[in-house]
Design a protein around this ligand. Structure first.
Ligand SMILES: Cc1cc2nc3c(=O)[nH]c(=O)nc-3n(C[C@H](O)[C@H](O)[C@H](O)COP(=O)(O)OP(=O)(O)OC[C@H]3O[C@@H](n4cnc5c(N)ncnc54)[C@H](O)[C@@H]3O)c2cc1C
Length: 373
């Protein structure tokens, strides 16, 4: 079975890994280094913390970030906007909770298994602290978290200077760049082609900078780029910095009302932020986000800077589906790393014809078509 994976971000890497493990002959197309589109992320693995975006609560959340200067609106996908508004406050689709729960378990177990084999990516299952400035927001999130604490444990904490804080002990984090390097070592049998793909067709033809080739199945994992194949998606851009210097953090911290996250590593802190609804690659908002980040955590020596985008479906949850020879896996939004293993596994099983489209997961893949990428 000859399969192609287009896009070597976190979802594409896992799709290739599962395909290779199942004995497929895999070609992975990624113009940059492996992990390129995804390594800017904080690397917090918290799939059980997924929430829908087609809700008034999400609009209020975005409004708070906009007032703090870490969220802007420049350009979003028209079909995504239409569907998001059309589905605002609609009840979730049947099967959503079970499906997300299963994906959360698959993903968490996969990272933990990799770390047990060899923890060369600083996998740390020590929990995340969510800090809130806004008392009403905190009360809302606290009540939600307490209502589901039987399957996702939470501790309510007092935190000086904050309206309140929630600690989720079951959350872990990892070093995204080191994990991408690990995946490069894992994919021993995958043929990696560092070329951009120009076009994919329903019959399994891939036109890359290296010329055309045909496959039994093609998994397209190009993040926001999947919108050109008929998936309603928009991009929410964000930024990540590695910094050196004393930081005093022992667990990952998310400043929920500022849109900033900070993750501690040996001798380093990874800081991320920014919620720019924008389909361009222009990092026009970086300085403002950096100022908010500096007001939240010590940022002494900045070692590097990367940017990327959260691929967002109309309800903010992942989607994966197949039509003819094309499989699309995307929509990780703020949790693409957290759902990466499960999304990759579903995409691989669809490519291998070992699974059919799952109604909830394939909800945005009904109009898949051939297209230029
Ligand atoms: C600031 C920030 C912090 C985040 N923190 C977290 C976090 O802590 N935890 C979490 O779970 N998630 C986090 N996310 C979300 C996560 O980064 C994304 O959901 C994830 O990167 C999406 O992965 P993907 O593989 O679907 O797409 P991408 O990461 O966008 O990867 C797509 C890949 O496809 C390649 N590509 C594109 N077009 C082509 C083409 N034509 N041909 C070949 N290749 C192509 C790109 O080069 C890229 O490598 C964060 C996001 C942001 C912005």
């Amino acid at each position: 079975m000859k399969a192609a994976v287009v896009g070597g971000g976190i979802v594409g890497l896992f799709t290739a890994w599962y395909l290779e493990r199942e004995g497929a002959d895999v070609t992975l197309f990624e113009p940059g280094p492996l992990g390129a589109g995804s390594v800017h992320a904080a690397g917090i693995i918290e799939p059980a913390n997924a929430y829908r975006t087609n809700t008034l609560a999400f609009l209020r959340r975005v409004g708070r970030l906009w007032r703090r200067g870490t969220c802007t609106f420049r350009r979003c996908d028209g079909r995504w906007l239409f569907e998001s508004l059309h589905q605002l406050e609609r009840p979730p689709l049947e099967g959503m909770d079970d499906c997300l729960h299963e994906m959360a378990e698959t993903s968490t177990a996969r990272y933990a298994a990799f770390a047990r084999e060899r923890n060369d990516f600083q996998y740390t299952p020590s929990g995340v602290l969510e800090r809130y400035d806004d008392a009403r927001h905190f009360a809302h999130e606290r009540d939600l978290a307490l209502a589901r604490q039987s399957h996702f444990p939470v501790e309510v904490r007092a935190s000086e200077g904050d309206a309140g804080a929630l600690f989720f002990p079951g959350v872990s984090w990892l070093h995204t760049e080191q994990f991408a390097e690990r995946m490069a070592r894992e994919l021993v049998g995958t043929h990696v082609v560092h070329r951009r793909v120009r076009r994919v067709d329903l019959d399994g033809t891939v036109l890359s900078d290296a010329g055309p080739s045909t496959f039994d199945a093609v998994a397209v994992c190009t993040g926001v780029g999947c919108r050109s194949l008929g998936v309603p998606l928009t991009g929410v851009r964000g930024y990540g910095w590695h910094t050196r210097g004393p930081h005093g953090l022992s667990v990952a911290v998310i400043f929920e009302d500022r849109g900033i996250a900070a993750v501690p590593f040996a001798g380093e802190l990874k800081v991320t932020g920014g919620w720019d609804f924008d389909l361009s690659t222009s990092p026009y908002q970086v300085e403002r986000v950096l100022r908010t980040a500096r007001g939240s955590v010590p940022l002494d020596t900045i070692l590097d800077f990367k940017q990327g985008s959260r691929p967002c479906t109309p309800d903010g949850l992942p989607t994966v589906g197949r039509k003819a020879g094309l499989v699309v896996a995307t929509g990780g939004f703020r949790l693409g790393w957290s759902f990466g293993p499960a999304l990759g596994r579903h995409a691989a099983l669809l490519c291998l014809d070992r699974m059919r489209n799952q109604p909830f997961l394939a909800r945005f893949c009904g109009e898949l078509h051939s297209g230029n990428l």
